[in-house]
Design a binder for this molecule. Structure first.
Ligand code: GDP
Ligand code: GDP
Length: 436
């Protein structure tokens, strides 16, 4: 099920991205940690009072060479299409300006709740200034100072109150996956080809929200799959749909709903910045990942082509060393019949639980061969390890001092765990924790 979604709208410079970053909190900093991944301030997930939601900063969906008013109109429309709750930000230092009124006019057309936020109210004495904003006709304004973190708690409370209550439970036996990639890499062709291959059922399920279309099918072993709709498969002809930032945002949303992500590359074009950004997001989100190189039929190949491609992909996506790579053609159907089994095995890896005794044997063997690091005379001691979560598999290693667990030593432990167990296609998380 899709996470309930909040979109932030408003003219430039009112403080949308400052508010977004404040609400996003630490999630953003995690994303920054993946080397080679450009930070994206368009989409994130967040949590307040135990309620999870997705958040879009429509201000980040820029459209080059598009007039100012057209852009802010498109951003407001994206919010109305994609979100359950809209946060409309205005600037308390400037009072109401024409562009605010213009955005308000567009938002009148939606039935969705709109929360009016007056930002830059840094000084409590300025709170009187917010009354001007009643003229926008969108109810009570919430005064906020995003830079000082004043008032954002009230806005979050209002967001939570207005989010739809969750409906149906997810069926954990159904594997949810999505095909992600730039326009024209062949996502739709792959989907059609996959559904065409002796699959038992193919039923489009009209999503309850935002007219997302998912497709269910069952393979010959009886395994059920849900294929999640992404941008590029469904063209409605809005101005913003062809923009890259919009497509990145849609891809991020699909990744959040997926167990396994098929990252589709085009053999004719190679790897682009977009691919890295999206793959980095899937990695950080802890999803299963398969790298699918499509249009393999278009290349003139010799006996080194495949190996060269593999090396190049490993080089460009260093943090995805665990992801299997498959070279396919939607056109000739080459290797397409291997995809469902590959998705299944990656999903199994995501769900695998290692008994503590077996895990600790592996860890102790690793320590015996690779002495623990020392820092300023103190040596890292590892007491024991245990798996605390699946999807992605997450291990806690109890130690004497967390800071002594260096990145390179953690990487070595991860590699030893990967050697001992088949975690193909899934990131694994290793957390050092001080033994109390
Ligand atoms: P956006 O274009 O709407 O995303 O706006 P930004 O978040 O980039 O902010 C625009 C400018 O306003 C930046 O220089 C921010 O530092 C500043 N700003 C944001 N929030 C506040 C605030 O609460 N108080 C003050 N004084 N400045 C702010
Ligand atoms: P999408 O935008 O990612 O959904 O891409 P499409 O599935 O619409 O494909 C874009 C174009 O690439 C179409 O003209 C397809 O016929 C073509 N195409 C897709 N897969 C292959 C392939 O494996 N080989 C070749 N030669 N062309 C392909």
């Amino acid at each position: 099920m899709a996470l309930p979604t909040v979109a932030i709208v408003g003219r430039p410079n009112v403080g949308k991205s400052t508010i977004f970053n404040r609400i996003a909190g630490e999630r953003i900093s995690i994303v920054e940690d993946t080397p080679g991944v450009t930070r994206d301030r368009i989409y994130t997930t967040s949590e307040w009072l135990n309620k999870k939601f997705a958040m879009i900063d429509t201000g980040g969906i820029e459209m080059a060479d598009t007039p100012f008013m057209t852009q802010i109109k498109a951003q407001a429309e994206i919010a109305m299409d994609e979100a359950d709750v809209i946060v409309f930000v205005v600037d308390g230092e400037n009072g109401v300006v024409d562009a605010d009124e213009y955005v308000a006019q567009i938002l009148y057309k939606t039935d969705k709740p709109v929360i009016l936020v007056v930002n830059k109210v840094d000084n409590p004495e300025r709170r009187m200034d917010i009354f001007d904003f009643y003229s926008l006709g969108l109810g009570d304004p919430y005064p906020v100072s995003a830079v000082h973190g004043i008032g954002t708690g009230d806005v979050l409370d209002a967001i939570i109150e207005n989010l739809p209550t969750e409906t149906e439970e997810e069926n954990p036996d159904i594997i949810k996956f999505s095909l992600i990639g730039r326009p024209n890499v062949g996502k739709s062709s792959l989907i059609n080809a996959m559904l065409g291959e002796d699959r038992v059922i193919a039923s489009p399920i009209a999503g309850t929200t935002r007219d997302a279309i998912d497709t269910n099918f069952t393979d010959s072993d009886g395994q059920e799959f849900t294929m999640i709709d992404t941008a590029g498969m469904r063209k409605r002809g809005k101005v913003y749909e062809s923009t890259e930032k919009y497509s990145v945002m849609r891809a991020m949303r699909a990744i959040d709903r997926s167990d396994v992500v098929l990252m589709v590359l085009n053999a004719e074009e190679g790897i682009r910045e977009y691919d890295k950004r999206i793959a980095g997001f899937a990695h950080e989100a802890g999803r299963g990942i398969i790298i699918v190189v499509n249009k393999w039929d278009t290349l003139e190949k010799d006996n080194k082509t495949l190996q060269k491609w593999e090396e190049n992909i490993r080089d460009e996506f260093q943090y995805l060393s665990y992801a299997p790579i498959i070279f396919v053609s939607a056109e000739t159907k080459q290797r397409l019949n291997k995809l469902p089994d590959l998705i299944k095995s990656v999903s199994q890896a995501q769900n695998m639980r290692i008994p503590s005794a077996v895990l600790n044997d592996v860890i102790m063997d690793a320590i015996a061969i690779n002495p623990t690091p020392t820092d300023k005379g103190r040596r890292l001691k590892i007491f024991y390890a245990t798996q605390v979560a699946i999807k992605p598999p997450t291990f806690v290693v109890f130690v004497n001092e967390e800071e002594l667990m260096h990145f390179s030593y953690a990487r070595m432990l991860e590699n030893q765990i990967r050697k001992a167990f088949v975690f193909e296609g899934t990131p694994i998380h290793l957390i050092a924790r001080k033994r109390k």
